[in-house]
Ligand binder design. Sequence first.
Ligand code: FES
Ligand SMILES: [Fe+2]
Length: 350
Amino acid sequence: MSEYEPKELSKATTIPSSWYLDPAFLDREREKIFRRSWQWIGRAEDVSRPGDYFAASLLDEPIVVARDHDSRLRGLSNVCRHRAALIAEGKGNGKLLQCPYHGWTYGLDGRLRRAPEMEGVEDFEIDDVCLPGVRVEAWGPMVLGSLEASGPSFRETAPEIAFEVERAGFPIEKMKFRERREYVVEANWKIYVDNYLEGYHIPMIHPALYRELDYEKYRVEAFRNHATQYAPLRPSSDEDRTYPKREEDEKALYYWVFPNLMLNFYPGNLQANAVIPLDHERTLTVFEWFALDGEDIEAPSPSAIRCRSRTSRSETRCRRVCARTLTIEDDSRCGGRTECTSSMVCFTSI
Ligand code: FES
Ligand SMILES: [Fe+2]
C-alpha cells in the first residue's frame, strides 16, 4: 500500500500495476476489503415466509439464510458442527435443518436439536452446540451478508442510496426476480470496476452511445462507500436512435457500492451486478434483473447497457489488453481524467 499515495483528483494517477498483478494482493484484498464488506448473496423472495431458507456462499464461506418462525432473518454457517458436512442445499421451507451425513438436526436459530446416538457421550451437551451466526440483511429484493461480526449495516454504509431510492419512489420491496446471467471476464476484478466507473472510454468503445449521450454532462460522483453516475441523453426526435430517450432514463439511478456491487434502478425494475474475483486474473460477473409484475426488465439506459452483452466483446477485449499492458508496463502509470480516478477514492482511503 505504501507504493501509492492518494492525491487530489487533478493530480491523481492510476494505482500501481502490482495491485492488479500480484496474486498476494488479492489475498490481502479478501482479508482487508471483502471480508469487511457487505456482499450480495441471494434474493429476499426466497426467504419471505417463516421457515424459508436458502444455501449461499459468502466469500467462499458456505452459509444458510433462513427466515425463522418469529419472521426474523438469520444467517448461519452451513457447515455441520459434527464432521463439517454441508447441511442445506438449494432452497426450501421447514422447521429444522438436517445434516445429510449423520442426521444432526438444527433449529432455524442454529441451535442443535437432535444428535442421533449421542446420548450418554461424556462432555457432550446438545445445548452447547450451535451453528455460528453470520450477519445478513434484506434490502429491497436482495439479501446481503457480511463476515464482519459488527459494524454498520448495509444501509448504513451508503445511506444516501436508500434515501434517494425511496425519494424517487422506486418500489423495490415489490420487485421480483426475473433473470440471471453470469460471465467470466479474464481480468483482475478492479479492471472491471475501473471500467464501470469511468465514461472516458465511451467515445472509443461505444460510438453509438457517444453520439446520443450528452457527454459533456456525463459525470461520476464519489462518496465514502459508493459512487453515482449521471449519463443524460441528448434530446432528439430521431426514431432510429439506438438508445431511445425515455422518461424512465431521466429518473434512473446508477450506483456502485464499494467494493463490488453495481445497482441500476429504474421506476419498474432493478438490475444488480456483482463482481467476484475468482483469482487475481479472472472475475465472475453476475447480473440479475428484478421487476414489478407486468414490467419489462429491459430498461436500456446508457449506463446499464455499457456492461451488457452487446458491448461486452469490445470491452472484454479492452480489459484483456489492459491486463497485458499492465504486465508489460510494470512501472508506468498514466495520469487520468478525474472521472478515471473516482473509484480510487474508496480504495485508497481504506
Ligand atoms: S457431519 Fe453432520 S451429522 Fe455428521
Ligand atoms: Fe463501457
